[in-house]
Write a protein that binds this ligand. Structure first.
Ligand SMILES: [Cu+2]
Length: 373
């Protein structure tokens, strides 16, 4: 009897030790990151810190989900270890099995109902978070609209609307001339139609909704644009404290617009016309000034890995000066405008790559730039 009790105590201790070890292992996965809320500092379970309210919502959802999973996990592990430790009866001396407890209807109902409740709660919070992240506010609540054009292998950013501190700088930034040219280029001229034997047929006569494959009129063209080159990483300058809308379109294949600090990425599609909702998103605001790297997150060809850009978040006041300078000096470069407001003229979060094939073969394919810091 005494021996049996000691054995039981030993099993109980072993169970406790095992549980503590598991807990330690799980908690060591947590990382410390800067955030104003203490619970996010300590328990974000390795999730990165975003710079938008949407990013924070996703992170908090993640933290809640991780905690829920741990609670469920510990409950299940507890039951398993408890069963293992205290219900190890074997056949008795008469060769009889211990009392069997299968087909316990109330128990089966409970463990069917409880998981259903758990997934219902998780589903509820998933929908709440998703609605916040994908929320599109009406036109008059959008402060800045950026047209993002992805192409192999770089980015173009156009300012379509800019309203900062209740002042309208750009109401409709569309470049009418460029738009008209793109529309014309997408339709065959009379001579070309004759050459293809398409006289008398309906206009255009191309394969994509009746238009040519070369037709790029679905893209957005703006008067004020920032275009990346192989030598210069495009720097997208945006203000903090402003609602920003991104309209995405690709000039060729599918790309993906990703600023890791947004905790959000979205595919950039060619011909996105029929899915307008899917080719745009908004952020409530950028909460922090700084330089943040942006990347293409959809394998899009040979130089996909080099398709970087930079988001430079500045104060609304600096942004006003930046826009004013570019309006007053339409031929000035983006670097000059950045310098004008006391910012580093070139990207600081990433470097351009050499794009020549022979250059990229030697591991050393980063070009040193004269970046500001
Ligand atoms: Cu790409």
């Amino acid at each position: 009897m005494v021996e049996q009790r000691a054995g039981r105590r030993r099993t109980r201790r072993a169970t406790l030790a095992m549980s503590l070890a598991t807990l330690g292992l799980l908690l060591s996965g947590c990382s410390l990151q800067t955030d104003n809320k203490w619970w996010n500092q300590t328990i974000n379970f390795g999730f990165p810190t975003g710079i938008t309210p949407e990013g924070t919502a996703i992170r908090e959802f993640w933290t809640g989900t991780a905690i829920t999973s741990l609670i469920v996990g510990f409950f299940v592990w507890g039951l398993i270890f408890w069963t293992m430790a205290f219900h190890r009866k074997k056949k008795n001396d008469n060769g009889e099995f211990p009392r069997q407890t299968a087909y316990n209807v109330p128990l089966e109902l409970i463990y069917t109902a409880v998981p259903f409740v758990i997934i219902s709660v998780l589903f509820y919070f998933t929908v709440i978070t998703q609605n916040k992240v994908l929320d599109l506010k009406p036109e008059d609540e959008v402060d800045v609209r950026v047209d993002v054009t992805a192409f192999q292998w770089n980015w173009k950013f156009g300012y379509n609307k800019v309203q900062v501190n209740d002042r309208m700088y750009i109401e409709d930034g569309t470049n009418e001339e460029a738009t008209r040219q793109a529309e014309e280029a997408g339709v065959l001229s009379d001579e070309e139609r004759a050459a293809r034997g398409q006289e008398g047929k309906p206009a255009a006569g191309g394969p994509i909704h009746g238009r040519l494959a070369e037709d790029k009129s679905y893209l957005h063209y703006n008067t004020m644009e920032t275009v990346g080159t192989s030598e210069e990483v495009p720097v997208l300058v945006l203000p903090t404290n402003s609602r920003i809308e991104f309209r995405l379109a690709s000039a060729d294949v599918i790309h993906s617009f990703w600023i890791p600090e947004f905790i959000f990425k979205r595919d950039v599609m060619p011909q996105p016309g029929r899915n307008q909702q899917l080719s745009m998103f908004q952020i409530e605001e950028i909460e922090r000034e700084g330089a943040f790297v942006g990347r293409c997150a959809e394998m899009c060809g040979v130089y996909h890995a080099m398709m970087n850009f930079e988001l430079r978040a500045v104060s609304p006041e600096d942004f006003e000066r930046y826009i004013q300078f570019r309006q007053d000096n339409p031929t000035a470069s983006n670097a000059e405008a950045l310098q004008e407001i006391g910012q580093a003229p070139y990207a600081t979060s990433t470097s351009p790559f050499k794009t020549g094939r022979s250059d990229t073969r030697d591991q050393n394919n980063i070009i040193e730039t004269a970046s500001g810091n």
